[in-house]
Design a protein around this ligand. Sequence first.
Ligand code: ADP
Ligand code: GLC
Length: 486
Amino acid sequence: MRILFATSEVAPLIKTGGLADVSAALPAALHDLQVDVRILLPGYPQVLSALSNLQTVAEFPALPGFPAARLLADTLPNGVPLWVIECPELYKRGGGAYQNEAGVDWPDNAQRFGLLSRITALLGSAASPLNWHPDVVHCNDWQTGLAPVYLHGAAGAAPCVMTVHNLAFQGIFPPKWVADMGLPKECFKLDGVEFYGSLSFMKAGLFYADHITTVSPAYAKEIQTEALGFGLQGLLYQRRDVLTGILNGIDTEEWNPATDPRIVRTYSAYNLNGKSANKRALQRRMQLQLEPETPLFGLVSRFTEQKGLDVVLEIAPQLAALPAQLVLLGSGDEKMQHAASQLARDYPGQIGVQIGFNETLSHMIEAGADIFLMPSRFEPCGLNQLYSQRYGTPPLVHATGGLIDTVVDCNKYTLMRGSASGFVFKQMDAATLLDTVVRAIETYHDIEAWHNLQLNCMRKDSGWRRSAAAYLEIYARVMKQRAGAA
Ligand code: ADP
Ligand code: GLC
């Protein structure tokens, strides 16, 4: 089976969040299942400079509405082939994948990700300049959402699967881009790419894809409701027969406390002794008091409302008074960054804050914290709760999306049955979060219960095998449908 996996980020080359982790680990898992999977990614400077063996394999001189581009090929260290779109006019600049240095979206993002979509579709149809033709095109999030439109009706087009990683980001642009990027004007309608008078990349993908997946079964249901459908719940409900929730897995080599080079002492479910050295190292790194018994809460996140960081900031003074310690790593909303930094100044030795993106510190927090905080308002899947489970750091989460599907609330019954794997609260407010923090601390001080909880977490199988097999079933299904229709 040949799969073209189109995405706007791949770890460790370029990463703003979980999409990058999934775009690295899922293709690797498919590759292990003998699937011929190839990744397609824009050639941001970070990507071009990280790859040393790039070879030109095709030129795209005059795609309607886009500057000239080239396709370069390399292979990732895990053996997965990667294609990179080189187009200096659109990708060669400072800043990040979606925004400039000041955190403002690039004004030509429609064209930047329109090109990614256009080339995805080209490689997935008879017009491809390559000898390699995919059986299925796999698109991810709005950045590749126009590919299914370009593929629609193209000669020799492969069927396509669209995965929603986060419906909150939709890629909505002025309608002028429809003509400017060579899209047929008939597609700009309610039954098409139009969304309240604008062009929506996400809606385009959801409307034209042969199958839609999202990253957890619970989120697949939630996005069909007004509360979490972001205006697309009607379309998603209509297409529910071709909408499947497949839980994300994790890269169990990258996130392995027994071998992790980024932590000061490795450890495993057989011998958890090393965890306390990691707690001490984290306390030292964040200038917290070196108290082995005080419960230490950790958080690694984009600073946004989605992640419930505002509520964490609200309870932080009471949390410190319990007493407990708190470490926050992340960046995003300026006000939240400011408030977090102020907390660190107000509670020296008890609250430590690092603003920014820091891969090493994120591993140190997973290993060194006692409890991982993830009170997201909504969460399509979430990876950090899975990482923290693997590091014997039970997550404390809000009951939403993938968090429902991956964390079993700890109580006497679930502990006795061996299924408890964290702490779950239902009502998203400060009082409930604080109650749950207190509940987690009570369990933390019960040494035997805590040890059992940690072992349940660490023994969970959150690898990709099962989910990669579920994607294979979807690929086979759309191929069969296409063959039947032909
Ligand atoms: P989302 O994709 O919504 O941000 P996920 O939980 O799926 O949430 O994935 C987030 C990923 O990004 C994880 O790998 C997490 O460790 C990483 N991450 C988020 N913020 C930071 C940060 N400030 N520094 C390092 N890694 C981060
Ligand atoms: C998104 C979601 C997150 C998910 C990730 C990878 O960024 O917010 O919940 O884990 O994509 O699918």
